[in-house]
Design a protein around this ligand. Structure first.
Ligand code: PEP
Ligand code: MN
Length: 338
């Protein structure tokens, strides 16, 4: 349920409603907008018994939130959420591009690619230090030394860092280096990890599970929000379908659907969404045209020698630069900037 306060409700009246609800054993989250204050009530509302919140002083009306996710829903938060990381706003007018290799391979590589993507207009360097791999014998990332390499790249270029965290016990370590946690497709429903990044308060890019529905995805986001971390960014990275030509099926329906259902920003990752280099630029443009707030892209200076198998979906620097230039002309048509 959400409680909408009257536009002229006083702080005292708001506090009084919050206290009353919490006294009944429920949790609250406050959304103070420019014009309206909305209080979300989290938990079993039968606990309120006969208390009529709707008739308390300062309350405009109460509304049930029909979706199972509450804090992630548009009903709770009408305005789009803007998440800020390393001085960049994600979810506003400006399209944000995060680019880099699948994995951090060495200091020279990551600084080199960071310089390349920064020059073309990216504002974050991506690169895995902890890599989730399907097989146990594959390369799993260099761990903390790779985080230090990302920090070097940030120092050299000023780019923000986005990198994956895979386990709750590594959240504090990764937080020392990164500006944004990446939660990978395989971990979308790792509820302990969701709670832990929720407690950290740092921005999180939550990738869609490759077999998850939009509702399950928003419920995963709800775990992070419910811990008091409002800085959640969703990322559509493709789902598993019967199609085998592409690595995944990039579900661009999800972009406008998320915009209707939720206030959270959404990125598109056409690298993992297609798995095929030649499809990455067209699907990047399609993602932005569909309303995405940004892109997460794999770019490698020497994709044939990439340490993970993701070289086949990584753009060459010249292709990334061309895509960024093409996006410049596209975004004007949809009222955005890059
Ligand atoms: C990645 O971004 O390199 C990655 C492993 O992504 P996903 O979790 O979407 O497979
Ligand atoms: Mn990858």
């Amino acid at each position: 349920m959400v409680i909408q306060m009257k536009p002229d409700a006083t702080q005292e009246q708001i506090d009084h409603v919050v206290k009353r609800v919490e006294k009944a054993g429920l949790k609250t989250r406050l959304n103070v907008g420019e014009e309206l204050t909305v209080i979300a009530v989290i938990g079993d509302k039968t606990k309120l018994g006969d208390i009529s919140i709707g008739s308390m002083t300062g309350v405009e009306h109460t509304m049930p939130i029909s979706a199972p996710y509450k804090l992630a829903s548009r009903q709770f938060h009408e305005e789009p959420t803007i998440v800020e990381a390393n001085g960049t706003k994600i979810g506003g007018k400006k399209i944000v591009v995060m680019a880099g290799p699948c994995a951090v391979e060495n200091t020279e590589q990551i600084i080199n690619i960071a310089r390349i993507v920064a020059k073309s207009g990216a504002t974050f360097i991506r690169g895995g230090a902890f890599k989730p791999r399907t097989g146990p014998y594959s390369f799993h990332g260099y761990g903390e030394p790779a985080l230090k390499m990302l920090a070097e790249a940030k120092k050299e270029t000023g780019l923000g860092i986005i990198t994956e965290v895979m386990t709750p016990c590594e959240v504090d370590l990764v937080a020392e280096y990164t500006d944004i946690f990446q939660l990978g497709t395989r971990n979308m429903q790792n509820f302990y990890l969701l709670r832990e990044v929720g407690k950290s308060g740092k921005p999180v890019v939550l990738k869609r599970g490759f077999s998850s529905t939009i509702e399950e995805w928003l419920l995963a986001a709800e775990y992070i929000l419910a811990e008091g971390n409002p800085n959640v960014i969703l990322c559509e990275r493709g789902i598993r379908t019967f199609e085998t030509h592409t690595r995944n099926t990039l579900d661009l329906n999800a972009v406008p659907a998320i915009k209707e259902l939720s206030h959270l920003p959404i990125l598109v990752d056409p690298s993992h969404g297609t798995g095929i280099r030649s499809l990455v630029a067209p699907m990047s443009k399609a993602g932005i045209a569909a309303g995405a707030d940004g892109l997460l892209l794999e770019v490698h200076n020497d994709p044939d020698n990439s340490i993970t198998g993701d070289g086949v979906q990584s753009l060459f620097p010249y292709q990334f630069d061309k895509l960024m230039r093409d996006l410049k002309s596209l975004v004007g048509a949809i009222g955005r900037e890059i």
